[in-house]
Write a protein that binds this ligand. Structure first.
Ligand SMILES: *Cc1c(COP(=O)(O)O)cnc(C)c1O
Length: 398
């Protein structure tokens, strides 16, 4: 009783601050980029991270169905307990080959991969220097192990250098890790990887890069931003997810063989969690094959052309990947914008605190290779006709 009253008070506080979140229940997929609301609404979705449309890919679906029929659904236990299914080994070999690295380890989610890294390699004596806009999975992982966390302003290399100097004064030989994303999840911009790599080498720090929104989208064969800059071999720990452009589910860490072997021994989210269904590993492996091949190339080209069309239509700078945020400021404005767009037939999320800073609420448009040109154009029209009379000019993005 008292507990529930407390819960209701908490929800009222969130409501008052325009920060209450609710699940929008869908009746189902409408195929491609459409979703159906439970009351029969038909929305064109600009909210998914399935950037290449792989979640609906017939080959990927068929591979999962075959694997389900052959191996069943659940995997039964942790891979250290019940043995490792060949589908997981094959996926990890495919990820390592894809990234051009020695080895990889797959996790149930990207969130679990970040957690696994921290539990294996960080403790109270470690210093982690983290970009201000990094994803919650990275922050939570570092906090969980009590690492000394220092945040630098988004992409601020002077501040990063100052923190590296501070870290080396504190701990001349200790473990210092720089953590950043290659493409930032809520802002859609990229990290200055060449400069960060130079800094990490100058100070003997480790570099951890979360490529969640770059894998499949950027770089040769969709290998990510580090590969695009030719820097992959100089990044110590590569993290990515199989749930976004790869269209399936799961996360991974990739790097050297010894690093992966330590993870197998020390990553708590790997050791103490049941292995994902082999069918998901199989689907992810097949999706990766498509994404790295000529079809993936064609999908990336369509995505690029859709992104360019949307950015031009909205008269904003072209973002490097597939995320276009429209920062409107106040939480109420983002909620109102999302509602207006939903009434016009578009599903676009209002992103608010604590996912982004207070007062930096935004509509976050994500584009897919599966959007048609006329769909991009109809969204553009809806946004422009809402934006102009409301004077909601785009705030500077930085
Ligand atoms: C989505 C995301 C994750 C988590 O990946 P999941 O597979 O969804 O758990 C980690 N980092 C970033 C930047 C992300 O956007």
């Amino acid at each position: 009783m008292e507990f529930d009253d407390g819960c209701r008070d908490e929800l009222d506080r969130l409501e008052d601050a325009q920060l209450r979140r609710e699940l929008v229940s869908l009746a189902g997929e409408g195929g491609r980029v459409r979703v159906r609301g439970e009351h029969g609404q038909d929305w064109l979705s600009f909210s998914s991270n399935d950037y290449l449309g792989m979640a609906q890919h017939p080959e990927v679906i068929a591979s999962a169905q075959r694997a389900l029929a052959d191996h069943g659904v659940g995997s039964g236990a942790s891979r250290l307990v019940t043995g490792t299914h060949p589908a997981h080994m094959a996926l990890e070999e495919a990820i390592a080959a894809f990234k051009g690295l020695e080895a990889s380890l797959a996790f149930a989610t990207g969130y679990a991969a970040a957690n696994g890294f921290a539990s294996a390699f960080l403790d109270r004596n470690s210093i982690v220097l983290l970009d201000k806009l990094c994803h919650a999975s990275l922050i939570d992982a570092c906090r969980m192990v009590g690492a000394k966390l220092r945040v630098f302003w988004h992409n601020d290399l002077d501040k990063l250098r100052a923190l590296l100097e501070w870290a080396r004064a504190q701990s001349p030989k200790g473990r210092v890790v720089i953590m950043t994303e290659s493409i930032f999840s809520m802002d859609g911009d990229g990290a200055p990887l060449a400069e960060i790599v130079a800094l990490k080498e100058e100070f003997g720090a480790l570099l951890f890069i979360d490529e969640a929104h770059a894998v499949g989208v950027l770089g040769p064969q969709g290998k990510g931003l580090a590969s695009e800059f030719g820097l992959a071999s100089r990044v110590d720990i590569h993290m990515g997810t199989l749930s976004k452009a790869i269209g399936v589910a799961g996360g991974y860490l990739a790097g050297s063989r010894p690093m992966i072997d330590v993870l197998i021994n020390r990553a708590r989210s790997f050791i103490y969690s049941t292995a994902p269904p082999p069918a998901l590993a199989e689907a992810a492996r097949v999706a990766l094959e498509v994404v790295t091949g000529s079809e993936g190339e064609a999908r990336r080209a369509r995505l690029r052309s859709n992104m360019t069309r949307l950015a031009n239509g909205l008269s904003v700078a072209l973002p490097p990947a597939a995320i276009l945020p429209w920062i409107v400021g106040e939480e109420t404005k983002a909620i109102r914008g999302a509602r207006v767009l939903r009434e016009a037939g578009f599903f676009v999320p209002a992103i608010r605190y604590p996912t982004v800073a207070r007062g930096a609420a935004r509509l976050r448009f994500t584009v897919s290779a599966e959007h048609r040109e006329e769909e991009i154009d109809s969204l553009t029209q809806a946004v422009v006709s809402y934006r102009e009379p409301h004077g909601l000019a785009e705030r500077s993005r930085s």
